[in-house]
Design a protein around this ligand. Structure first.
Ligand code: NA7
Length: 437
């Protein structure tokens, strides 16, 4: 890719950005790298990822642990030898669920520390024969077009019928049919209202709970794995390939740390209120300081010396997730996308490119949102966000997984097509809501 588009001369590898400071007189950013190198740029576009700032809870005693430990997002490049070892995993989100399923095949003994049980959906992935691969590749334009039309930029379209508007038999038939199919269809091609708070959502949640119970032999363990404290889809749905069967293995133990919280890490393992678990390896599948975390790890200073971190202390304050007032010429792409990030990011990048061309073509040197446009957008996120499923549980969607982080929807409450239309309209109106200078 780098060679095809002749990008190498424009890329600096191993360049960890430590600070970016806005020069108000020159309308330029001064960027500092950790190794002392510096750069100047008129525009800065952050593409630092929504889920890249890994989070390890501040457990007492971690430094005393004599075994091996790591966060899943910092897996050693040389790999970890888990064969025959006593391994502990903290966290059962999308990462933990996939990790547990894979390592349970090798480890000597596995202890899973679960705080919140999740609704996990079977992926049903399998080998794709060469002919099917050829067909998929030949239809990329249609696939991408479909993705551009759906709420979350995935290929699936919701069934426009309400689950509650069809008979219970018909409803169950659809649930079962989609459950048996591969991929995300079981939630994203289902009745539209299973992804809204209300009776359809609860009906489908009950269906999924039964699916979990049916796969776990020990009914006490099964009940621990059945989510009862949040709505289906209010947290990101982990997708799995044999996760629940892991708990039927004799060498796997599920520890409910809501019942008996982790008190500390000891030199030899993990101590909860009720017991101590001896471990050779401890794996943290404890997630990420989402969206703002990676931005806050860079000292970003805008006009008047204010920091982005201070500005976002009560949650992101942006105009459509793209820019923040007082931080001109800085585009924060990661805060503006939603759903299938890869597909959603592409039109976003195109919009930013068009915007930069507009600024240059009109001989402007500075673009920033007006405080009014930013305040209106922030209010929209709070109000529209309060009605959607993603704000109903304590998850990274709203920053609730990080102690002390303000609770605020970190992505847009609108669907991807709505966001695209809003951005297009803003551009068509000469970048309405932005101040150009
Ligand atoms: P998640 O979804 O944030 O999951 C983190 C997990 O770690 C979750 O089960 C948490 O329990 C658990 N956790 C976090 N802190 C603690 C403490 N202190 N004690 C016990 N357990 C804890 O991160 P993932 O990496 O799995 O997934 C992130 C995204 O990547 C995912 O949504 C996809 O979009 C891809 P909790 O649920 O908070 O009780």
């Amino acid at each position: 890719m780098a060679d095809k588009f002749d990008l190498r001369r424009n890329i600096q590898c191993n360049a960890r950005v430590s600070a970016a400071v806005y020069d108000e007189r020159a309308h330029r950013w001064q960027i500092r790298l950790e190794d002392g190198r510096r750069a100047r740029a008129q525009f800065v576009i952050t593409a630092v990822g929504l889920l890249s700032a890994h989070y390890i809870p501040a457990f007492a005693g971690l430094e005393s642990f004599q075994g091996t430990w790591c966060h899943t997002g910092r897996w050693p490049a040389e790999g970890l030898d888990l064969a025959g070892k006593r391994v502990g995993v903290i966290g059962t989100g999308a990462t933990g669920v996939q990790l547990i399923t894979e390592i349970a095949k090798d480890v000597g003994h596995l202890t899973v520390f679960q705080r919140t049980a999740n609704y996990c959906a079977p992926l049903r992935n399998g080998p794709i024969d060469p002919e099917t691969q050829r067909q998929i590749k030949a239809s990329y334009p249609e696939i991408f077009k479909k993705c551009s039309e759906t709420a979350g930029s995935f290929v699936h379209q919701f069934d426009p019928r309400s689950a509650m508007a069809v008979s219970p038999d018909e409803r169950l038939e659809q649930y079962e049919r989609l459950w048996a199919e591969p991929g995300f269809k079981k939630w994203l091609a289902n009745f539209y209202d299973i992804m809204l708070p209300g009776p359809a959502n609860e009906d489908y949640a009950a269906f999924v709970r039964q699916k979990i119970r049916a796969r776990v032999k020990d009914p006490v363990v099964a009940e621990k794995l059945v989510p009862k404290d949040h709505m289906f889809g209010s947290k990101r749905l982990p997708c799995e390939s044999g996760y629940y069967e892991v708990y039927n293995q004799d060498n796997v133990l599920l520890v409910d740390v809501r019942e008996a919280p982790i008190e500390r890490i000891t030199p030899t393992g993990v101590k909860t209120r009720d017991a101590e678990y001896a471990l050779d390896v401890l794996l943290f599948a404890t997630g990420y300081d989402a969206v703002t975390g990676a931005l806050n790890r860079i000292a970003i200073r805008g006009e008047g010396g204010q920091t982005l971190q201070a500005k976002f202390a009560q949650g992101p304050r942006t105009y459509m997730g793209l820019q923040s007032a007082g931080f001109p010429n800085l585009f924060t792409i990661n805060a503006a996308s939603v759903g299938n990030f890869v597909r959603a990011a592409e039109p976003l990048v195109d919009w930013v490119c068009d915007c930069l061309c507009y600024v240059r073509d009109h001989q402007y040197t500075r673009i920033a949102p007006t405080p009014e446009a930013e305040a209106a957008w922030t209010q929209h996120v709070a109000e529209a966000g309060a009605k959607i499923l993603r704000t109903q549980a304590d998850s990274w969607f709203v920053g609730a997984n990080i102690p002390g982080k303000a609770r605020f929807l970190l992505t847009s409450p609108d669907t991807a097509p709505v966001m695209r239309a809003k951005r297009a309209e803003v551009a068509a109106q000469g970048y309405a809501g932005f101040q150009l200078q």
